[in-house]
Design a protein around this ligand. Structure first.
Ligand SMILES: NC(=O)c1ccc[n+]([C@@H]2O[C@H](COP(=O)([O-])OP(=O)(O)OC[C@H]3O[C@@H](n4cnc5c(N)ncnc54)[C@H](O)[C@@H]3O)[C@@H](O)[C@H]2O)c1
Ligand SMILES: [Zn+2]
Length: 361
């Protein structure tokens, strides 16, 4: 498949370019005038790809002031790493007309994007997502930020990258587990979108083994779907919340497992719980479809070692609060059918307990 582009039609639209063997220098130059820039990455992705990216940029006329490399993994998405990165940019002499190239997975995009969105009140950002999760989800839509000790993603801003360029060849070095984690978000969007995208989830098995055509199709469909949602509701006043399908329970499972559970696995189990709640609410039966897709993606259908009470507590459904002041707890995105999400659905404590109980080993 040739390289393809999806435009994210927000107030200042930006292109998302997806394909194998991207000519990065040319793609970047079509959007931005060459200038001073910095590459932001982690110490797994940096050694693999930063030199090649720097070479391509330099051949296109860019001057690279330096590369900032943070340790890989969620702990780097911190205020400490954020402050440190801002100071490194300042000492490199990056100016207001400079650009940050965020080369990495979702952690790098969230942290590097927050740095770009706030350094000197905001400089240009190019997202170069290297994980499947970042390609299908986090690089598009402009939510960036860091975690606090009190919880995930508690500090951040909305930004607009100038360009997103996803080279599918980067997936070749991605551990299999990370491919599965990215596929969880693809499954989520296919279930929300329905229609042809849902039919194309049949490509998940091929995508999991690294088939470039299957990956490209699924990345493009995910990006198109997310772009259409973001175009309607960029700042998450309403519709964008459907992208939290499977995430209400998913986040609670992550918190209850002290974040030792991969996000993709938590979301996969969370979607099965949401399918169970959807059955209660609408009398449909989508659980089997969910379980088949999740299994094909190489994700477990049940999560181990999660304390149900802790998960309920993380959702504001601990016994004390609901008994004392009638707090209803979080609401859910449910599916009336494939392609027909409904937001803001309430569920009783008993239903939630049962839905979580069914996905915990
Ligand atoms: N902003 C958003 O809208 C949004 C949406 C979803 C998730 N997120 C955030 O994204 C983060 C998760 O993203 P992630 O799953 O990409 O995690 P990640 O960035 O930590 O990457 C996972 C691992 O894969 C490695 N890696 C990435 N690309 C690689 C490649 N091509 N080859 C070899 N190794 C590679 C990384 O070094 C890391 O060890 C979380 O912090 C989550 O909160 C943000
Ligand atoms: Zn997610």
């Amino acid at each position: 498949m040739p390289v393809e582009t999806v435009d994210v039609p927000v107030a200042r639209p930006y292109p998302v370019v997806v394909g194998p063997g991207l000519d990065l220098g040319r793609i970047v130059s079509e959007t931005l005038e060459p200038n001073l820039c910095a590459i932001f990455t982690d110490s797994t992705v940096g050694p693999l790809y930063a030199t090649r990216v720097q070479g391509a940029l330099e051949r296109a006329g860019w001057r690279v002031a330096g590369t900032i490399e943070v340790p890989p993994g969620e702990p780097s998405k911190s205020m400490e790493a954020y402050t440190d990165s801002l100071r490194r940019l300042a000492s490199m002499g990056l100016t207001r007309d400079g650009t940050i190239f965020a080369l990495g997975g979702g952690m790098v995009g969230d942290l590097g994007g927050f740095v770009a969105g706030t350094y000197m009140r905001g400089i240009d950002l190019v997202m170069l997502p290297t994980s499947l999760l970042a390609m299908v989800d986090s690089a598009v839509g402009g939510k960036v930020g860091v975690d606090l000790p009190e919880g995930k993603n508690l500090a951040g801003v909305f930004i607009r990258p100038r360009l997103v360029a996803a080279d599918l060849d980067w997936v070749a070095t991605l551990p299999e587990r990370e491919i599965s984690n990215g596929l969880a978000e693809t499954i989520k969007m296919g279930l929300l979108a329905g229609g042809e995208f849902f039919e194309d989830l049949a490509l998940i098995g091929a995508a999991r083994t690294g088939d470039i055509d299957a990956l490209q199709k699924l990345v493009l469909e995910s990006v198109r779907f997310k772009a259409s949602v973001v175009a309607e509701d960029e700042l998450e006043g309403g519709l964008r919340a459907i992208l939290n399908y499977g995430h209400t329970v998913g986040h609670a499972l992550e918190a209850a497992a002290d974040y030792n559970l991969p996000h993709g696995q938590a979301v996969a189990a969370g979607m099965i719980a949401a399918a169970n709640l959807s059955r209660e609410r609408f009398g449909n039966d989508l659980t089997g479809v969910h379980e088949d897709l999740i299994g094909t993606a190489g994700l477990p259908r049940r999560v181990p070692d999660v304390d149900i009470e802790r998960a309920l507590l993380a959702m504001g459904r601990d016994k004390k609060r609901s008994a004392a002041d009638g707090v209803a707890g979080q609401r859910f995105v449910l599916l009336e059918d494939i392609g027909r999400p409904v937001r803001n659905m309430p569920a009783s404590d008993e239903q939630v307990r049962e839905a979580i109980g069914a996905i915990v080993e």
